[in-house]
Design a protein around this ligand. Structure first.
Ligand SMILES: NC(=O)c1ccc[n+]([C@@H]2O[C@H](COP(=O)([O-])OP(=O)(O)OC[C@H]3O[C@@H](n4cnc5c(N)ncnc54)[C@H](OP(=O)(O)O)[C@@H]3O)[C@@H](O)[C@H]2O)c1
Length: 270
């Protein structure tokens, strides 16, 4: 019989948590070993599969990761920075790996992840989409081949509820391009244009933001030259793409030694 990796989903009743329960439930080689929420959550004791809309999985949502530590081999964590650091301590003590998608960690919190990764394997990526991570690699190549000859513009669109702009992914795309060209993004970024903006400076990287309706997330990077234009674009149609990326990371992590990894490692793009 092939060995399956038992996965714990923390924050299992959250938006990503439900997608993750479904993605793990449907993945080859992984089984849902445990699911948790806060101790005072209304979902404690509920079946995680039922909450995710996929029918009973026989895994009741527990009130803390420490309660179910013998039921999993690794954790997928898309919660909040403080919760993630709490889960990190439990996983360090138990010697279990983590796939972390939580965003908004500060420098000190990321330092804690680095310390933890000396003892356990951790994949940490603020965007786990396989397609977006492939785009980062394609952008590096495009910038190396076309960069200094091209006008580079990054256009992104998200739903009307998003509160920050440009998106973290758009900014990361800008960093990837700037790094490949030896430019400092802080110095060369232009965020939108209005009025008499003057002729475009070749060295700049422009950002345009669209906020409308229920768009899940679209990013397009233009490399515009004389007589031609290359576009590298990604369109997300549901948050399942992040969950499937995390599941892929979990399968990869199950055979890794301690260390801090990202999706470029998981996808073999380094
Ligand atoms: N890396 C990526 O690709 C990616 C993609 C999408 C989202 N994200 C990130 O993933 C995180 C979650 O996003 P979301 O949209 O799913 O948010 P969400 O719907 O608020 O889900 C977070 C869940 O975690 C629960 N939680 C908080 N503290 C907990 C604890 N100590 N123990 C167990 N559960 C706890 C929350 O419970 P309460 O409601 O009770 O607080 C909630 O159910 C965010 O940081 C988001 O930016 C990352």
């Amino acid at each position: 019989m092939t060995k399956t990796t038992r996965v714990a989903i923390v924050g299992a009743a959250g938006r990503m948590g439900r997608s993750l329960v479904k993605a793990v439930g449907e993945a080859d080689g992984l089984t849902l070993g445990a699911a948790t929420e806060r101790p005072d959550s209304q979902y404690i004791g509920e079946d995680a599969g039922v909450q995710a809309g996929m029918g009973r999985l026989g895994v009741a949502i527990a009130g803390g990761l420490d309660e179910v530590v013998d039921a999993f081999d690794l954790v997928i964590d898309f919660t909040a920075p403080r919760a993630t650091l709490g889960h990190l301590e439990i996983c360090r003590a138990a010697g279990k790996g983590m796939v972390i998608g939580t965003t908004g960690l500060g420098a000190e919190e990321r330092q804690r992840l680095e310390e933890g990764a000396r003892e356990i394997p951790i994949v940490f990526a603020p965007n786990m989409s396989v397609g977006v991570n492939l785009c980062f690699k394609l952008l590096e190549l495009a910038a190396e081949v076309l960069g200094d000859e091209a006008d580079i513009e990054i256009i992104e669109a998200h739903h009307r509820h998003k509160v920050d702009a440009p998106s973290g992914t758009a900014l990361r795309m800008g960093e990837v391009v700037a790094e490949a060209l030896g430019r400092d993004l802080q110095a060369c970024a232009v965020y939108g244009r209005e009025g008499r903006s003057g002729p475009r400076e070749r060295q700049t990287i422009g950002f345009e933001t669209i906020r409308a309706g229920d768009i899940v997330g679209e990013h397009s990077v233009w490399f515009a030259l004389e007589g031609e234009r290359v576009e590298i674009a990604h369109k997300a149609s549901s948050r399942m793409n992040f969950a499937l990326g995390a599941v892929r990371a979990a399968g990869w992590l199950s055979t890794q030694s301690p260390g801090l990894y990202d999706m470029q490692d998981v996808l073999g793009l380094k």
